[in-house]
Write a protein that binds this ligand. Structure first.
Ligand code: MSP
Length: 527
């Protein structure tokens, strides 16, 4: 089973393009693995607790639960619009999740992993955490990124994170698949090297924060939001679930000791690798008794920025994916989000490039290929694909191009490099369009003596369109279906990648009428 999750989004605001990117990226990987014939479980959801939600709700004069519910809808509606195919939905206010968090807290306390102590120190309200001298900038101050910083003294519950630091350093150093890409693992190793890890404060007194999961053995406290949120990856996977709970079987999703099931993959942004996912989470799992082979893989993606700057409400440069989907279409948005960024790196969000890449690569190149192939099959080959003709070096080249491109596509997708995979598909489409220009079936078709030659050329085009539809389907599921429908290949998208071989269109197969699958975006027509 391939178990893949995204970060769960804070419900203190509306979804932006960064949230949408992460979800589409994960959806593409999940769909690709299904295409490879793997059983997949894709979990995503929302992070509903914490100070930010409580504060924003207070400002609006409503209960945090009502506020979180309202914001949650914005996320789930958008994911529906963008065609995400997820299997599990995590909401941290769910009773099943709360029960799991509380069971874990009790268990960790019983194992001696938690203790209570008084601590006086600086606290960042925005980041909801205590700060140490390591968090000061070169001027010795707490920078603007921490927001309001206050000095407080209070008793809290602590997790013995430091007891697991040596294990984590060794684990991270010896397991290249713990954090992908490699340069992000190096960042984590650097952070582990610099920091003598301190224990983690995992509670907040209710007088300061009410909106969280109650500590079961000390009811004046709620759980620190990160400790609660990270647990979603196992609580919604059925960890410690009661019999009859509507949750998956944990032993199927998560590797068990000694099993060779691959690691679950957590897809997250670069800002939440250190310390949350790279340090707290593996140490929490280790403390719960998870072994090395039960640790997840963390796939870290970069950020979408705006003209080199971070997207933020205060800069007023937040891009709304809902609006973009309405204006430019879901296909253009899904395509752009994974086509114009290298997984792991940052990229600049640029509407002109969204329109250009869609118009160029999809409307002009692939759309044109499909249109020509089907139009000319109707005109010169009686609407039927004929595969029996003689082939020349031109056809051998085209078949070789498709084989190379498919191999490149697979290698890129296996490495989570969606942009490279799409570029590979486009290389074959370009090859096909150049092949058409060279062989000019529209001219050959005028003379009945060339019938067999024309049929061979057109069969190669139609076969190529079918393969491109399959390869494109994880990124653009609906257009892939439209392509399959025009080719009249009902079963095309049920094929597994290993069965995608030359000859998916049988001799004598009747094709349908072409209809634009990628209508061109005319910027002037968009208000
Ligand atoms: N609630 C926490 C995650 C808890 S996971 C157990 C959180 N939420 S968030 O809403 O702030 O961010 C959700 C995801 O969106 C994170 O992975 C974050 O990195 C990602 N992104 C936020 N801004 C982004 C961009 N501008 N670009 C790409 N991804 C970005 O952190």
């Amino acid at each position: 089973m391939f178990f893949i999750t995204t970060a769960i989004d804070y419900t203190n605001g509306a979804p932006h393009i960064g949230h949408a990117y992460e979800k589409v990226l994960t959806d593409v990987v999940a769909r690709y693995r299904r295409l490879c014939g793997e059983e997949v479980y894709f979990l995503t959801g929302v992070d509903q607790h914490g100070q930010k939600v409580q504060q924003t709700a207070e400002k609006e004069g409503i209960h945090p639960a009502t506020f979180a519910k309202k914001k949650t809808k914005l996320f789930s509606n958008l994911w529906k619009k963008l065609g995400l195919q997820y299997d599990g939905w995590a909401e941290t206010t769910d009773d099943l999740h709360k029960a799991c968090v509380q069971a874990i807290l009790t268990d960790l306390k019983d194992r001696g992993e938690l203790y209570k102590k008084a601590y006086k120190g600086f606290y960042s309200v925005r980041q909801e955490q205590f700060l140490t001298d390591r968090d000061r900038n070169e001027a010795g101050e707490f920078g603007a990124e921490w927001g309001e910083v206050v000095e407080i003294e209070e008793e809290n519950w602590y997790f013995r994170l430091s007891d697991h630091a040596a294990w984590l350093t060794e684990f991270a150093a010896n397991n290249p698949d713990f954090v992908i890409p490699g340069f992000r693992r190096n960042e984590l190793l650097g952070a582990l090297d610099r920091s003598g890890e301190m224990d983690l404060c995992i509670s907040r007194p209710k007088e300061r924060l009410r909106w969280g999961i109650e500590i079961p053995f000390d009811t004046d406290y709620v759980t620190y939001v990160w400790f609660d949120a990270l647990i979603n990856y196992i609580s919604f996977a059925g960890y410690r679930a009661k019999d009859g709970a509507a949750l998956p079987d944990f032993t199927k999703l998560w590797p068990q000791p000694g099993s060779t099931t691959g690691r679950p993959v957590h897809v997250i942004g670069k800002d939440i690798l250190v310390p949350a996912h790279g340090i707290y989470w593996p140490c929490m799992l280790h403390a719960m008794g998870f072994s090395d082979e039960q640790m997840p893989t963390i796939l870290v993606h970069g950020w979408w920025n705006i003209r080199g700057e971070k997207m933020s409400k205060s800069l007023g440069n937040v891009v709304d994916p809902d609006e973009l989907a309405d204006k430019f279409g879901v296909d253009a948005l899904r395509y752009y989000l994974v086509r114009d960024i290298t997984t792991g790196k940052d990229s600049d969000f640029d509407l002109d490039r969204l329109v250009m890449l869609y118009n160029q690569e999809l409307a002009n190149e692939l759309g044109n290929l499909c249109n020509r192939a089907l139009n000319m099959t109707a005109r010169f080959s009686g609407g039927v694909v004929k595969t029996g003709g003689e082939i020349t070096s031109e056809e051998l080249d085209l078949q070789a191009s498709l084989a190379t491109v498919t191999a490149d596509y697979r290698a890129a997708m296996n490495a989570f490099d969606i942009a490279e995979a799409l570029k590979a598909i486009n290389r074959h489409v370009t090859h096909c369009n150049a092949y058409t220009e060279r062989n000019k079936p529209w001219e050959l078709g005028k003379d009945p003596a060339n019938r067999s030659r024309v049929e061979t050329v057109l069969a190669h085009l139609a076969e190529s369109v079918a393969h491109c539809a399959v390869l494109l389907s994880p990124v653009l599921p609906e257009p892939a279906e439209r392509l399959a429908a025009q080719l009249k290949l009902d079963q095309l998208l049920s094929l597994k990648l290993a069965d995608l071989k030359w000859g998916v269109i049988p001799d004598g197969h009747e094709t349908g009428k072409p209809k634009p699958v990628f209508p061109k975006i005319i910027i002037e027509e968009i208000v």
